[in-house]
Design a protein around this ligand. Structure first.
Ligand SMILES: [Zn+2]
Length: 453
């Protein structure tokens, strides 16, 4: 079948030969080699999605809570009044095995949606994220949170309450995690640095993190211009936009993934582009709060832009499509945010942001991260342009096979070696325990309303 432009080639009837952790070759027709064969039938094989911004634990614990909350809870309020406090509460109320169960539930959904690499920002106390990722065979970049001044809810006027903590301790916790879990540039598990945001980290801390990340050849992930509250707070303290502030600290660069940048100004986009910083675009988490953020705004400006699911849910297909639809709506042009552009953002653009050569492409010598989608379903037939069917019509239920680092981890629609029913039961029990405790503590209102009383 013909290619769909943007440098993406579709090769019909090809065989991908995998040896060890790498793709040995891609040949037309069937290869006469003595090896295990997986026939995909009417399927399409692509390099797996790279999820550039994720908070696994927040998906399950906020499910059914932060939707349809009404005008009294804007996107800004939610971060400070709900997301941070309930996330903190999970860290104190849930036992290690319960946290682990919630991560397992979330990462099962990540895998099932055809994601092979995820950049996660866990809390530093949630080291079990790394253990669960390893257990499931997922490729991860974990960037544990680092703070100078985390927030503790909001005051009566709705302003966030910042609490100064020992930033040296916060950084040393992150370094300790890196020492324990980072498998180095070739590894499946990488540890990066996760300074939380521009309003919760000091300039000195950000400078030190920049040095550490460069020394360790790893990435930095940070929330940038996510809310008006953050923008106003940084403006008040430093007289700069969040992006200008990061530029001043020397943190911007090709190893930095800036999540959201919703309120970035035109000059900020120039700084992001010129520094080679990547924007992690997560449209659905904002759409549900009534905030429009367009992939096309960053892409058109030449900013390297990947896609993340944040914590809305972990359905990468839905997130990718939302990026496309919102781009079309904001530009008024149906070819904006097209299938090829989105698929590139979801694969090799995301991979290049993580500085992992050989990731995000199906070519001889590349890393064997592969996802097969079965195109035989009623909603995917007939096939005229397989890339368009994949981007605009496929769902996680169509993912038939996931291979990561040369190892099959999902086959026949099931996660190998994982008791999925048991995992769902354990995680559900843990989240109900959290919700009940949060209701007693006044963090959550009684069921039926997600907001604090
Ligand atoms: Zn985030």
């Amino acid at each position: 079948m013909p290619g769909s432009g943007d440098g993406l080639d579709v090769v019909e009837g090809a065989t991908v030969l995998v040896q060890g952790r790498h793709i040995l070759d891609v040949v037309r027709g069937s290869a006469g080699v003595d090896a295990r064969r997986v026939e995909l039938g009417e399927g399409i094989l692509f390099p797996g999605f790279v999820n550039l911004h994720n908070h696994s634990i927040n998906g399950p614990i906020f499910r059914g809570i932060v939707d349809d909350v009404g005008p009294e809870a804007t996107a800004d309020d939610l971060v400070y009044s709900m997301l941070m406090p309930l996330g903190d509460h999970a860290g104190t109320v849930l036992a290690e095995d319960e946290i682990r169960a919630v991560y397992r539930l979330a990462l099962m959904e990540v895998l099932r949606s055809g994601t092979t690499t995820v950049l996660e920002m866990p809390r530093a106390v949630h080291r079990s994220f790394f253990a669960v990722a390893k257990e499931l065979g997922l490729r991860v970049f974990g960037a544990p949170y680092i703070f100078s001044r985390p927030t503790r809810g909001v005051d009566a006027a709705g302003n966030p309450v910042y609490v100064e903590i020992d930033e040296n301790r916060s950084l040393s916790d992150a370094l300790e995690i890196a020492d324990e879990y980072d498998e180095g540039p070739e590894g499946l598990i990488r540890v990066g640095f996760g300074p939380h945001a521009t309003d919760t980290c000091s300039p000195d801390l950000l400078r030190r993190i920049g040095h550490e990340a460069r020394d360790r050849d790893t990435i930095v992930s940070i929330h940038v211009a996510q809310s008006r509250i953050e923008v106003n707070s940084v403006r008040e303290r430093y007289g700069r936009t969040p992006v200008e502030f990061l530029h001043d600290t020397g943190l911007l660069g090709p190893n930095v993934v800036a999540a959201h940048c919703v309120h970035a100004e035109a000059g900020d986009l120039d700084l992001l582009r010129e520094s080679g910083t990547t924007v992690a675009h997560c449209p659905l988490t904002f759409a549900r709060s009534g905030v429009t953020v367009s992939f096309d705004r960053f892409h058109r400006h030449g900013v390297r832009t990947g896609i993340g699911t944040d914590a809305y849910n972990f359905d990468y297909f839905a997130e990718m499509r939302a990026a496309g639809f919102i781009s079309k709506l904001t530009s008024g042009d149906s070819d904006t945010g097209n299938a090829s552009t989105l698929l590139r953002a979801a694969t090799d653009v995301g991979a290049s942001a993580l500085a992992r050569p050989g990731l995000g492409r199906i070519e001889a010598g590349c890393i064997a991260d592969l996802v097969a989608v079965d195109l035989s379903g009623a909603h995917l037939q007939p096939v005229r342009d397989p890339l368009k069917n994949l981007v605009w019509n496929a769902t996680p239920a169509d993912v038939s096979l996931v291979m990561i680092d040369g190892k099959v981890v999902v086959e026949g629609g099931a996660i190998l070696g994982c008791d999925e029913s048991g995992a769902i039961r354990s995680a559900t029990a843990a989240v109900h325990k959290l919700w009940e405790s949060a209701e007693r503590e006044g963090i959550l209102a009684a069921r039926g309303c997600g907001l604090r009383a």
